[in-house]
Write a protein that binds this ligand. Structure first.
Ligand code: SF4
Length: 433
């Protein structure tokens, strides 16, 4: 049996390295010149209000533009770039595409730009009562070229090609992937790909990210491209480079099982660089106190009177993106005195415990779930989906918990500025020359 091939290429010049990567993986072989090709980057979110470091978070425009150029040189004309970033949190797709330089690709190569969130989603039946609303443009494409980032994910461990396709869903279906039960997330989203014509996956490893998927994680320069016509093979190699064996990653295991595929790297043909030469463990998770009362850092600072239950896989990306900022805000309220016996719960399965004077219900789901919870002495509900941070500050202030929004603003500046002096971090990677 012919082994699926995956290429690993060290990036020197992005355009040349991508050419090498596609040549080693025979990446364009599955594409026909008349195909409607959808290029799917990873643009989880973006922010123009406060500094936003895209390193290891968002697919680089350097890789996208090199790919478009290569496709155009091979005669491909019907190209679309499409993404459905987090609604409510991300700005309008057009504005983000402009910032990423995609408009130049539109002018130069006639690439169509689509914000899935503004277009139609088609309810798609998976045959066993499982229905997802998938972007029409993704379903109608002849071929999809999937371009995720080489990053970790604090719930899924790694966020690579199979996970990136979640951006093809509408908000409701994205949320439904984060169902109740610890296994649900890893069982649900690997199924998205089954209805999509993914012909090629290119993992953009110019940067990588620990504690992803958002900008609160820490990025590293990596300078790799991983490509394959086989989505599982590409993700297995990506995971291995991030230091995770496929067996540790539930969604890869589930995908392999349901498709009768092997999880052993030895069953795939790796071309170019070797996995071991680039393998380096990248942490995916945030450290928490043993008693589940908050991040380890809170314990070290001596914060007491506060029990923040660790997020679980039912927390969908909207709330996840607000979660770290929420921690920063709570930490800003600590002035050496204990909090007034507060618990914070979030997601779709955390029930407030007995014994707390105040319970913050972070997000609509936690509010609904705990509506009739007899353990609640005083609920502090934040009904947003996801909750708004300024509202969070306002509501907690009424309870005497004085968070400082400026502390969050300073944190955002810090996140951005920590890359300024770092060698190899270049914002020009998110522009098109
Ligand atoms: S409240 Fe949060 S966890 Fe619930 S659906 Fe909204 S974003 Fe997802």
């Amino acid at each position: 049996m012919v082994k699926a091939s995956v290429s690993i290429v060290k990036v020197t010049d992005v355009y040349e390295s991508l050419q090498e990567s596609l040549s080693l993986s025979d990446g364009l072989a599955g594409l026909n010149i008349k195909d409607r090709i959808l290029i799917k980057p990873n643009i989880v979110s973006w922010d123009f209000d406060l500094p936003f470091p895209p390193f290891g978070v968002v697919t680089t425009s350097a890789v996208i533009s090199a790919l478009v150029r290569i496709l155009a040189e091979h005669g491909f004309k019907n190209l679309t770039i499409g993404e459905g970033a987090l609604p409510q949190i991300s700005p309008d797709g057009d504005v983000v595409y402009e910032a990423l330089g995609y408009k130049k690709l539109q002018e130069r190569y006639g690439v169509k730009l689509v914000d899935f969130n503004k277009e139609e989603f088609v309810p798609t039946d998976y045959g066993d009562g499982f229905i997802l609303d998938i972007a029409k443009q993704a379903l109608e494409a002849d071929k999809i070229i999937n371009i995720p980032v080489l990053k970790t994910h604090n719930q899924a461990k790694v966020s690579l090609g199979i996970k990136n396709l979640k951006g093809c869903l509408n908000k409701k279906s994205k949320q439904s992937c984060h169902g109740v039960g610890d296994e649900e997330l890893s069982r649900m989203f690997p199924r998205i790909i089954d209805k999509l014509p993914v012909a090629l996956t290119i993992i953009d490893g110019l940067y990588t990210l620990e504690k992803g998927p958002g900008p609160t994680g820490k990025a590293f320069r990596k300078n790799l491209l991983i490509a394959s016509r086989d989505p599982l093979a590409c993700d297995l190699v990506g995971a291995a480079i991030l230091g995770y064996s496929a067996k540790e990653v539930a969604h890869l295991t589930n995908y392999a099982k349901s498709h009768g595929r092997s999880l052993e790297l030895a069953d795939y043909e790796v071309q170019g660089e070797s996995v071991t030469d680039h393998q380096e463990y990248v942490t995916y998770d945030w450290e928490w106190s043993e008693e589940d009362t908050g991040p380890a850092g809170f314990e070290k600072r001596g914060i007491t009177g506060l029990a923040i239950r660790k997020y679980d896989s039912t927390l969908c990306t909207g709330c996840s993106v607000q979660y770290n900022p929420m921690l920063i805000l709570l930490s800003s309220a600590f002035k050496g005195e204990p909090f007034p016996n507060v618990e914070l719960v979030s997601g779709k399965q955390q029930l407030a415990a007995k014994g707390f004077d105040n319970t913050v219900l972070f997000g609509k789901c936690a509010c609904h779930l705990n509506k009739n919870n007899p353990n609640l002495k005083k609920a502090i509900p934040l009904w947003g989906c996801p909750p708004d941070l300024e509202k969070f500050v306002e509501v907690l202030a009424k309870e005497g918990i004085k968070c400082d929004y400026n502390e969050y603003v300073r944190f955002r500046h810090y996140l951005f500025s920590r890359y300024k002096e770092s060698e190899g971090f270049d914002l020009a990677d998110w522009s098109v020359k």
